[in-house]
Write a new protein. Structure first.
Length: 280
């Protein structure tokens, strides 16, 4: 019997919840595959255990990078810079296999596309100007830098909200930063095609002329089915040819697995690890 492919929402160090979800879907590592939409780590209590589990699955698991995963890589390289009081990354940084896990993590993709399943996975979103081939090309540019020997230089320039609109003429750190911000942080865009990284609430909460990235009428990726996470205040969402599956496990919501063969979700309830707040 053919196995199933499950996309799993933001785990963020909630290891026990992940084990319960895998038990509920009866995950068979000999036949099934798991797709993780990013943010394996941080804010939750057991990020080290989550990393070890996912890495140990080998080619049975695919994980794209989220903003918290990139933040871990930056903290790993410079432990005193970009420190956040809400971080729960110390067990990874202090573990005997911490370096090995972080080297593995920085070699994960920003985007995963399976034409046979007809699904594309990323953590956050795509700007309206990108079609799928452009998104794949930009993901490849960032991945080449992150996987290379000089990746620490990129980490020094990764943080920041500029530029806000795609232009093929963008170059250097600005080009890479824009791409990373879309893949790992994007929620809203203006009607004029500028990305907005400030607003984190649910759609319709006083965003003026802003729309969810997937709802822009001229979005060039609209023909591709996309599964993504990152947006816990959006919750489980299905429309505009996208499936959002960050259902706020960390905040006491649920952890979701979406079976990609039939787009059927399975969820488990989660105890609150953090008080409700901004998801980033």
């Amino acid at each position: 019997m053919a196995g199933s492919t499950y996309a799993i929402g933001d785990v963020q160090g909630c290891y026990d919840a992940l084990l319960r979800l895998l038990e509920k879907i009866r995950f068979d590592p000999a036949a099934d595959r798991l797709w993780f939409v990013g943010d394996l780590v941080n804010r939750g209590p057991q990020s080290l255990e989550v990393l070890r589990l996912v890495r140990g699955l080998g080619d049975r698991a695919v994980c794209v990078l989220g903003n918290h995963d990139l933040h871990l890589i930056a903290r790993w390289q410079n432990r005193h810079r970009h420190r956040n009081a809400c971080d729960t990354l110390s067990p990874i940084l202090e573990a005997d296999d911490g370096d090995e896990l972080c080297h593995w993590l920085r070699r994960r993709p920003l985007l995963h596309h399976d034409p046979k399943l007809d699904w594309l996975m990323l953590h956050a979103g795509l700007p309206p100007q990108w079609d799928i081939s452009t998104a794949m090309r930009l993901a490849g540019e960032v991945e080449q830098v992150l996987r290379g020997d000089g990746f620490t230089a990129f980490l020094d320039h990764m943080y920041g909200d500029q530029p806000t609109r795609w232009d093929e003429r963008l170059a250097g750190w600005e080009r890479l930063r824009f791409a990373v911000n879309c893949f790992t942080r994007l929620r809203f865009c203006s009607r004029s095609g500028h990305i907005d990284l400030r607003h984190k609430g649910a759609p319709g909460e006083d965003q003026n002329d802003l729309l969810p990235w997937y709802a822009l009428p001229d979005r060039r990726s609209a023909d591709q089915r996309i599964v993504f996470g990152h947006w816990s205040t959006l919750g489980l969402y299905r429309s505009h040819n996208v499936h959002a599956i960050d259902t706020g496990c960390l905040w006491g919501g649920a952890l979701t697995a979406l079976r990609l063969e039939n787009a059927h979700p399975t969820q488990i309830d989660c105890p609150a690890t953090r008080s409700p707040g901004a998801a980033e």
